[in-house]
Design a protein. Structure first.
Lengths: 378, 378
């Protein structure tokens, strides 16, 4: 995939000047991703939002404090009515109860089937709002305004919407594309450090599955990335969105290459469900999941020990967890068997080859069990 | 639309011999509708169902007693595991609570993203199962096996899935097409008379909006239709499915002509919500709704009094209600304003012209109010 690679930035490049525009190419459902600094202060970015008599901003308590009034100010120039809906902050609220509450509020405000929803927040707000948009009156337009690194580089792009079930992550959802994605890099500066670092896990993932040159670039730029320098931030978000947009354009509903994006996620979802939503951040679980799944790949002879060490080293440099939390191996197995990616009870992993490619592999329960036992005892 | 009209049956034709196959043409999502007698005893009909390790039959308590074992018998030849899920019978159970219960049961049975759902029942089972299929793991295949006249002629065809909200019918849903529709005419013979008659309302609707020759045929065959003679039943289902399939093929997501199918439904939904789900059957509300909306059309000069009388006469011959239940006119208005079809608070109706065509018209609140007052006082 490296043929599509853009020029890597030198340290002196100023990326924050003009917003970048990438397209997710999906025929008549294509849409732009805008990336830049201070976009929430730039009404021009919102010039092409769909018209309607009402707009709804869905946000969480934390993000609303920071950015709701800025977005409200821009949207009230475009829509006769702008309604804010604020949900609690945390993965544990990405559930059917909050989904129903948002739907009820839309009905109380007599929102119609042209009403536009704006998801202002991280992955939880984006996934839940997207699913509400997919279902409300059988579908209304929505726009993603991701304010976390994880949402900017991953969950806001590609139209995967969902809510969790106590038995599994993202078990109820839809493929439903947004009309636009707006990534304001400045919002990243207000993120708690732990959330920012968590987002870096998905960034590392793009390197591992599609672009080892990007992976190497990350290894060479740890300090400026940890310091959230704007040129590096801009490059990370742009490169990640570009890779994701390419994959989604090739395989919108995950019939082949989109499954590569699940690298680390079979184990990650088991960690999140096993510990209870909200204990580990999603990106933390993905970091650990990528390491465990790369051990699996190594045990199958798909990848060298050298790559396992590089991956662990990079994730640890970003202060991300690489050791599996202590839960019984049986629990991990039973949760993974129920994961969306399982087919006929066979657990599937997207495993990397250490060369910037991945493949989906069905692994036997006893092999997974043995490896989990070893890792949990280590 | 009359150019597509098939030969009308003479009384002597035997329609129950070979199953008919119609196609809903939607490019790579095209699917067949099979219509015939005793199809639930005919494994050949199910030869092309998608393969999976599990099939799930969703049905209601009443229908399950009659047909669950027959379908189970056929499917167990095709799938290693066949799981029945039985929900309560009635429109009041087409809600988010039952939706969640079905999802939880799928997870308890470790259903995966290839699991095929079979909706065995009337409109409630079909709409709810279809919406579960649309959302479970972001979409699994499903097959409609409608056992009521209303479901065979209307709700099972075209991929409109949904559940109700206390504030409005079908407020949460998706456009999600089935892989196949199987209409076994024999199941109609076990329907309670009231349910059978209710289904005739949607049949009359097809005549009114698209095919006045069919409308006249219905007027001329009231006795055999009331007596559920098989040739007439077969013709009614086939003609209705053919019209619906044509409309859906032209406009899957209701951007233009599909809205004609809403004739009678703006008022019908207000009756159902106003009285409480399950008080009137959907088809009963549609019958009354068509009459009220045709009075509106007449007040706008779109249709003659003669057609209003013909419509009322035909519906009354089928023992369907044509007088509006006594609720305050304000209640009707406020519910209709919240209907999915409203745009920016303007209530929309699909109104017929008495010549086999319809059009979508936005009508002023005060005009609707005045007419409702007159009808409620009459």
């Amino acid at each position: 995939m490296n043929h599509g690679l853009t020029k890597h930035p030198s340290h002196s490049t100023t990326h924050s000047s003009a917003p970048q525009k990438l397209m997710v190419e999906l025929a008549n459902r294509s849409y732009p991703i805008y990336i830049g600094s201070d976009l929430l202060a730039n009404p021009l970015i919102f010039a092409d939002v769909p018209s309607a008599s009402q707009a709804v901003i869905v946000s969480n308590q934390t993000v609303a404090t920071w950015y709701l009034s800025a977005l409200h100010g821009i949207l009230k120039e475009k829509y006769p009515t702008v309604i804010p809906i604020v949900i609690p902050d945390g993965e544990e609220y990405k559930n059917l109860t909050v989904f129903e509450q948002v739907i009820s509020q839309l009905l109380e405000h007599t929102c119609d089937r042209k009403t536009v929803l704006f998801a202002l927040g991280g992955g939880v707000v984006g996934d839940l709002t997207g699913f509400v948009a997919a279902c409300y009156m059988r579908g209304v337009p929505y726009i993603q305004i991701p304010t976390s690194l994880l949402a900017q580089v991953d969950s806001s792009v590609g139209g995967k919407t969902a809510i969790n079930h106590t038995k599994g992550k993202n078990m109820v959802g839809a493929f439903y594309q947004p009309a636009m994605v707006v990534c304001d890099l400045k919002t990243l500066l207000s993120l708690p450090k732990r959330e920012y670092l968590s987002g870096l896990a998905e960034v590392v993932k793009y390197g591992a599955i599609m672009d080892m040159r990007f992976f190497s670039w990350l290894e060479a730029h740890i300090e400026p990335i940890l310091n959230m320098r704007m040129p590096e931030l801009a490059f990370i978000v742009e490169r990640s969105c570009r890779i994701k947009a390419q994959i989604v354009a090739m395989d919108e509903t995950e019939n082949h290459i989109r499954a590569w994006l699940n690298f680390g996620h079979t184990v990650a979802h088991a960690i999140e469900v096993g510990l209870g939503y909200g204990q580990w951040l999603h990106g933390e679980a993905v970091a650990c999941g990528m390491v465990v799944e790369t051990y699996i790949a190594q045990s199958l002879g798909l990848v060298t020990e050298h790559f396992v060490e590089r991956l662990k080293h990079l994730l640890q440099a970003f202060d991300l967890p690489t050791s599996l939390p202590q839960l019984p191996a049986e629990d991990y197995l039973s949760i993974m068997r129920l994961d969306k990616k399982s087919i006929a009870g066979n657990i599937q992993f997207a495993l990397v080859d250490g060369q910037g490619k991945a493949s989906v592999v069905s692994v036997k329960d006893q092999d997974i069990y043995a490896l989990l036992q070893t890792l949990l005892r280590a």
